[in-house]
Design a protein around this ligand. Structure first.
Ligand code: PXG
Length: 459
């Protein structure tokens, strides 16, 4: 029986009875009923009631080539018929992860040439954490096992992902984090820059917090620093240009590995294949997932730099780590086709030279001036809108987070899907957006802001 035989109400009831959703207050969802998305095409998603929504989030930061790409379905179908599964353990391989690894080495920063596969960003970060700690053990420095991360970071939802991340609400529910992970300040100038402090100076100060944490622990105790090049789930926090080169300089100075989490920023979002290239840095690991397959299949790739792999290969022996689905042939076939499409359609260049700059200008000219908006910022096709009560003082509406939810709800009612995190609206659209799609989004967001303003000022 297909879902079309069920009414929305029935689907919602069954959903409530049997389906535990991620990051959800289950009681609240049972009362409200879930929104059921049934199909999608290009930049649009459709719910079971036929409502069309422009998807400002590319699913969940992943559908970079948009929906309804037959080529990916055909790649999966062909691979499933030929070889649906075989593992990469016990000296075996299958063709598609081999070819995908070659492709990833071509597009990654030049010091990064090897790939370890998983099925999710969280898994890839688990791998990354195990790998860097293992690296220092092989190098004869087992005490170098501390990892520095940042407050509000998101690195996934497994125990290692949550521990690496800096979300308080998640840590509170951990009841025992992975030890030896510390969190320093985030490079978020809008709230954390001092009065009169330039962006450049703020970036250096935020990087200095990494150095302070290294010195506090002792460099001989610190394995690595991990960060999202642009914090995603934490609110599209774009660091000043001075930040990443300085963090890299500090890591090199103290012989600390540099781990980038590009689960969101990878595969074109910032106008280069990887944000490492946008910011001009050469990390030792790059965690990627999501847009690697444009979300059409679950797949993650931990890209590993030469420094780590040469030690691992030459001195490591067996690394006791791997997943049933490491290098899944179908997921890798879909990833190969996805990267081919991104390349053929020139989507990365388009973000860098056309839609990215147009998106930035559109947000500045059409959204930033709104009374509810404290700041807009963007990089490539990734943007944020800060919702405030008072533009000048940056005062927020209370209770905190409620205003952005009001904006979001009006946006959805007006055909625009976007996300609210804290008091920040987030946009991360498919890279197939054109100038026209950006215009459409701005118009819908502008309307949502007007409607929200009427509600919020009444309160
Ligand atoms: N790292 C980063 C930077 C992420 O954004 C993960 C790791 C974990 O990936 P998996 O595939 O295990 O989910 C993510 C995931 C949100 C939201 O609300 C963001 C993510 C996941 C779920 C919700 O913005 N990012």
């Amino acid at each position: 029986m297909t879902y079309q035989n069920y009414s929305l109400k029935q689907l919602q009831q069954i959903d409530a009875a049997h389906h535990l959703h991620p990051f959800t207050d289950h009681k609240e969802l049972r009362e409200a009923g879930s929104r059921i998305i049934t199909h999608a095409n290009g930049p649009f998603i459709y719910d079971s009631e036929g409502a069309e929504l422009l998807d400002g989030m590319a699913g969940l930061w992943c559908v970079n080539i948009g929906y309804g790409r037959d080529e990916l379905a055909e790649a999966a179908y062909a691979q499933m018929k030929e070889l649906p599964y075989y593992n990469s353990f016990f000296k075996c391989s299958t063709p598609t992860p081999v070819l995908l690894s070659k492709k990833l080495a071509e597009i990654a920063p030049k010091n990064v040439n090897q790939v370890f596969y998983g099925s999710s960003g969280s898994e890839a970060n688990d791998t990354a954490l195990r790998l860097v700690r293992h690296y220092w053990v092989i190098e004869g420095k087992p005490e170098k096992n501390r990892v520095i991360s940042r407050k509000m970071a998101y690195h996934g939802s497994t125990i290692a992902g949550t521990s690496l991340g800096g979300m308080d609400a998640m840590h509170k529910q951990l009841n025992g984090a992975v030890p030896n992970i510390v969190h320093v300040m985030m490079p978020y100038a809008y709230e954390l820059a001092l009065p009169g402090e330039s962006d450049h100076d703020f970036g250096l100060r935020a990087a200095k917090s990494v150095e302070d944490a290294i010195l506090e622990a002792g460099a001989d105790k610190v394995a690595a620093f991990i960060g999202e090049p642009v914090m995603g789930a934490g609110g599209v926090k774009i660091p000043p240009a001075s930040y990443w080169p300085e963090v890299q300089r500090i890591c090199r100075k103290y012989d600390v590995l540099l781990m980038l989490d590009e689960v969101i920023t990878g595969y074109g979002r910032t106008g280069e294949w990887f944000a490492a290239q946008t910011f001009g840095i050469e990390p030792d690991t790059i965690t990627t997932a999501k847009a690697l397959t444009s979300g059409y299949q679950p797949l993650s790739a931990l890209l590993v730099g030469d420094r780590i792999t040469s030690t691992l290969v030459e001195k490591g022996g067996e690394f006791h780590h791997g997943y049933t689905y490491s290098g899944h042939p179908v997921a890798c076939a879909v990833a190969l086709k996805n990267l081919e499409i991104i390349e053929q359609e020139g989507l990365v260049d388009r973000v860098r030279n056309d839609t990215g700059p147009y998106f930035a200008k559109a947000l500045q000219e059409r959204i930033a001036g709104h009374d509810l908006v404290g700041e807009v910022r963007s990089i490539g096709l990734m943007g944020a809108i800060e919702i405030v009560k008072d533009k000048a003082t940056k005062e927020r509406f209370l209770p905190s987070g409620s205003a952005a939810v009001t904006v979001r709800d009006h946006a959805i009612a007006n055909g625009m899907m976007l996300r609210a995190t804290g008091d920040t609206m987030i946009l991360s659209p498919p890279l197939i957006w054109t100038r026209d799609t950006i215009d459409m989004a701005c118009e819908r967001i502008g309307k949502a802001l007007d409607l929200a303003q009427a509600d919020l000022r009444k309160r």
